[in-house]
Design a protein around this ligand. Structure first.
Ligand SMILES: CC(C)(COP(=O)(O)OP(=O)(O)OC[C@H]1O[C@@H](n2cnc3c(N)ncnc32)[C@H](O)[C@@H]1OP(=O)(O)O)[C@@H](O)C(=O)NCCC(=O)NCCS
Length: 182
């Protein structure tokens, strides 16, 4: 998958003009801000402490390399020069090469506008045409929006591990594994 490839322009109902494209190395500063804003907000993601610039640089290098070598399908959304959404499906290895793991995050000001649904639908289409057979993901049980969205897209719960992740507000919550056959 080519880095920095324009996919489409998308205009929200309120008139904000978004660019949907693939990520590129030059996005590092914006991704650094994006992830640390999500961590500050205490969203239901794994990370709960700010990431360093170096680890974000490593993360984006790895992402671009994976895209280049066909192991990752990645999309981001840019608004006014800033990254406001990121979504990707990463290929598993060995006997599970036909399986992909999905991850997604949308900046607060852009949630509940259908962007999650749109980005995941796009990724699932790419994944299907690339030969993936199963897409899996994990979601914390306190992530009502995420669970609703995944179920709406046809993901089913495979199981859960109770009380895996600790949140300031909710205390310990379960991690749920979901999957969808393509
Ligand atoms: C989960 C996430 C990606 C969803 O993205 P989004 O762009 O808001 O998704 P959409 O607008 O397409 O859909 C959200 C749906 O959840 C619903 N929703 C919102 N809050 C909800 C809640 N607390 N409980 C149940 N449903 C909820 C919305 O009404 C909408 O459903 P609808 O389209 O049927 O009305 C976004 O909330 C996010 O990035 N959160 C922070 C990071 C994160 O949790 N990532 C996923 C980790 S598994």
């Amino acid at each position: 998958m080519e880095a920095g490839k324009f996919i489409e322009e998308y205009i929200l109902k309120d008139g904000r003009k978004l660019i949907i494209r693939t990520p590129q190395l030059g996005d590092i500063d914006n991704y650094f801000l994006f992830i640390n804003n999500l961590i500050d907000e205490d969203v239901p993601l794994l990370l709960d402490e700010k990431v360093s610039y170096t680890s974000e640089l490593y993360w984006i290098y790895n992402k671009i390399l994976n895209m280049f070598e066909g192991r990752e399908i990645a999309i981001c959304i840019e608004y006014n020069g800033k990254i406001v959404a990121d979504a990707a499906i990463t290929q598993s290895i060995g006997r599970e090469k036909h399986v992909g793991s999905l991850g997604i995050a949308i900046a607060k000001e852009f949630r509940n506008m259908g962007l999650g649904y749109k980005l995941i639908s796009m990724l699932l289409e790419y994944a299907k045409s690339s030969g993936f057979k199963i897409i899996k993901l994990t979601v914390y049980s306190n992530n009502g929006a995420g669970i609703h969205l995944y179920e709406k897209l046809g993901f089913k719960e495979a199981g859960r591990i109770p009380k895996v992740a600790l949140f300031k507000k909710e205390g310990f919550v379960d991690v749920i594994t979901m999957y969808k056959e393509l």
